[in-house]
Design a protein around this ligand. Structure first.
Ligand code: PXP
Length: 248
């Protein structure tokens, strides 16, 4: 990941999983996440993210293959640290692999990856992916222990989980924001690239976008939800305006 300018703010990467969720409601062809990704890029997104889940509830293998051919910015593949997914990632070769925890019964990725508790297994998975030339980011809670473990298992980047920040209100939100600021500083100090995401919205994105070490924001649901009403390009541009305003 290239360092984002301090004034310009972090890059926006758009997760198009929920375009596929709408398509899968009828198991048809529309709307196509490949088309949505192209529109997001035209509107200024600097990355496209998909989560290929074990149960294929939204993104399909075909989407990933086509996105690899069509994405002209950077393609970030979110996936569980399983043998099947490692095989797919090494064949498709996204620009970045983000390892996330995955449980079938969850509605969305609920927590960060428990890196500290599974250093041996993750060292092996990260080593295989990076040995194949694929940079790896780990999706972790904004805690020093997890960030330190991410560094120890060989990751090049961390994505800080903003889900708790997004759910908190008032003083609690300020406390979680403080944890994000400290974790971002700690990660950058350890030589890791830093991104953040999950649950970010037009209303809550600015304090996270203002954290100087955060180079990229990964945002999905709220952009797709707005895009359903006003179109993808406008939804992306409105988010970019919020992000760029945060460091002005
Ligand atoms: N980052 C990660 C690792 C995720 O799993 C998700 C959800 O798929 C996101 C970011 C985007 O979250 P949201 O859809 O709430 O913007």
């Amino acid at each position: 990941m290239e360092r984002a300018g301090a004034r310009r703010g972090p890059r926006l990467a758009v997760n198009v999983d929920h375009i596929a969720t709408i398509r899968q409601a009828r198991r048809g062809r529309d709307p196509d996440p490949v088309a949505a990704a192209a529109l997001a890029e035209l509107a200024g997104a600097e990355g496209i993210i998909v989560h290929l889940r074990e149960d294929r509830r939204h993104i399909q293998d075909r989407d990933l293959r086509l996105l690899r051919e069509t994405v002209s910015t950077r393609l970030n593949l979110e996936m569980a640290a399983t043998e099947e997914m490692v095989g797919i990632a090494t064949a498709v070769r996204p620009d970045l692999v983000t390892l996330v925890p995955e449980r079938r019964e969850e509605l969305t990725t609920e927590g960060g990856l428990e890196v500290a508790g599974q250093r041996g297994r993750l060292t092996s998975v990260v080593g295989t992916l990076q040995g194949a030339g694929l940079p790896v980011s780990l999706f972790v809670a904004p805690e020093e222990e997890q960030v330190e473990a991410a560094k120890a298992v060989g990751a090049t980047a961390v994505e800080l989980h903003t889900g708790r920040y997004a759910e908190a209100r008032g003083e609690a939100a300020r406390e979680v924001l403080g944890a994000l600021i400290r974790a971002a500083r700690f990660a950058a100090g350890a030589g890791l690239r830093v991104s953040a995401g999950h649950g970010l919205t037009y209303a809550n994105v600015e304090p996270v976008a203002a954290i100087p070490e955060v180079e990229e924001l990964n945002i999905g649901h709220c952009i797709v939800a707005r895009a359903a009403l006003v179109g993808m390009e406008r939804a992306v541009r409105e988010m970019l305006t919020r992000i760029r305003g945060a460091r002005a």
